[in-house]
Design a protein around this ligand. Structure first.
Ligand code: MTE
Ligand code: MO
Length: 364
């Protein structure tokens, strides 16, 4: 056996509808949010979705250091005590993996096989990044900011630390922050302890966990997670467009009770109030439509206003359930007119795939 035997080749597509052991292995490590947790505005840690490309590093809080270097006048090395001395900030944010929905695309890219559940909302607390960069003295001509995590692995043949970059403009907009707490408690190991990056409104991959280095470059970053992964492309050779902010999506809290093995729902005939949540990383959600006949007809749901920018919004809709099998569907549209397509918008990595959720139910 050589190292090449377990290095996955460039972006594979599934040849059959059957899921592979490779996908099962990913699915058991990385879990989604149980959809009944849509009842809660803030997802408890442990029920928030988790995605980890390599292994979870266990970092010592005392020994942890964050280096800020590169195209700056005064490189910094900071410990947790230095962050505690800065002004604290807290934001309620919905985080979603860019690969959410991938498992339902066809042909299916072989990767973490999310259905609809790679989402969660938490109160993230920490310190804003812009004042720290000011302290380091970013030099004229800075273009990108590279964030390095303490985790390490191989991805499609390329050995790497998990690294993602943002443009200096995105960072200087002032929203990006370093989080040390989730829902009022220190970050748990799987969510990036002791410090992770938070990029409000962006898909999950930007929120680098186990952050140990921030490097300012005077050029664009060409690392794997920016240049190759997380791009909307149809062909392997296509450079594609970068994945950035979260496209709108709505989910239904599945009603009734489930069958253990199929997760199909059983609901009593009569009046029900369907509920769920909807979000967009671009603008508040303006419209949520619900269908109780498999997307044949739609009606508007009532939506609660945004409690915080980029946090999901609750919706509700009345349903008069008639006996027989049916399918419940929901779709969101944001204030900038982005909406969820009924037909799949296929791309090679299954990114930003906001197909409409379908919940099969049997009304008795
Ligand atoms: N260092 C590091 N950061 C990371 C990842 C990773 O594997 N390593 N995964 C990213 C991806 S793809 C997602 S979707 C989010 C998931 O964040 P969560 O597990 O806290 O929900 O973390 C991002 N940050
Ligand atoms: Mo992700």
């Amino acid at each position: 056996m050589t190292i090449d035997d377990w290095i996955s080749p460039p972006a594979r597509l599934a040849e059959t509808g059957d899921f592979s052991l490779d996908e099962l292995r990913l699915a058991t490590r990385n879990h989604g949010m149980p959809l009944e947790m849509l009842d809660l505005e803030v997802t408890p840690p442990g029920l928030h979705y988790v995605l980890v490309h390599y292994d979870i590093p266990l970092l010592d809080r005392e020994a942890w250091r964050l280096v800020v270097d590169g195209h700056v006048d005064r490189p910094l090395t900071l410990g947790l005590g230095d962050l505690a001395d800065l002004d604290p900030t807290t934001r309620r944010l919905t985080l979603e993996c860019a690969g959410n929905g991938r498992a339902r695309t066809s042909p299916r890219p072989i990767s973490q096989p999310w259905l609809d559940e790679a989402v969660g909302t938490a109160d993230w607390s920490g310190v804003l990044l812009a004042p720290l960069l000011e302290r380091a003295g970013v030099r004229a001509g800075a273009e990108s900011v590279v964030f390095t995590g303490a985790d390490h692995g191989i991805e499609r043949g390329i050995e790497q630390d998990y690294q993602r970059a943002l443009s200096i403009d995105e960072v200087e907009r002032g929203e990006v922050f370093l989080a040390t707490a989730m829902n009022g408690a220190p970050l748990p190991p799987q969510h990036g302890a002791p410090v992770r990056l938070v990029v409000p409104g962006w898909y999950g991959m930007a929120h680098v966990k186990w952050l140990i280095r921030i490097t300012i470059l005077d050029r664009p970053f060409d690392g794997f997670q920016n240049a190759t992964a997380y791009r909307i492309k149809r062909d392997p050779g296509d450079p594609g467009e970068p994945v950035t902010r979260i496209e709108p999506r709505a989910l239904i809290r599945p009603p009734g009770f489930p069958d253990f093995q199929t997760r199909g729902r059983i609901v009593d005939a009569g009046r029900h109030v369907l509920t769920g949540r909807a979000w967009s990383g671009f603008a508040p959600v303006e419209r949520v439509e619900v269908s109780s006949d498999g997307a044949a007809t739609w009606s508007d749901a009532e939506i609660e206003p945004c409690s915080a920018p980029y946090a999901w919004q609750a919706w509700r809709s009345t349903w008069h359930a008639m006996p027989g099998p049916t399918e419940l569907c929901v779709r969101a549209t944001d204030a900038e007119g982005r909406t969820q397509p009924l037909e799949q918008r296929w791309n090679r990595q299954g990114m930003a795939n906001t197909h409409v959720q379908r919940v099969p139910v049997v009304v008795r």
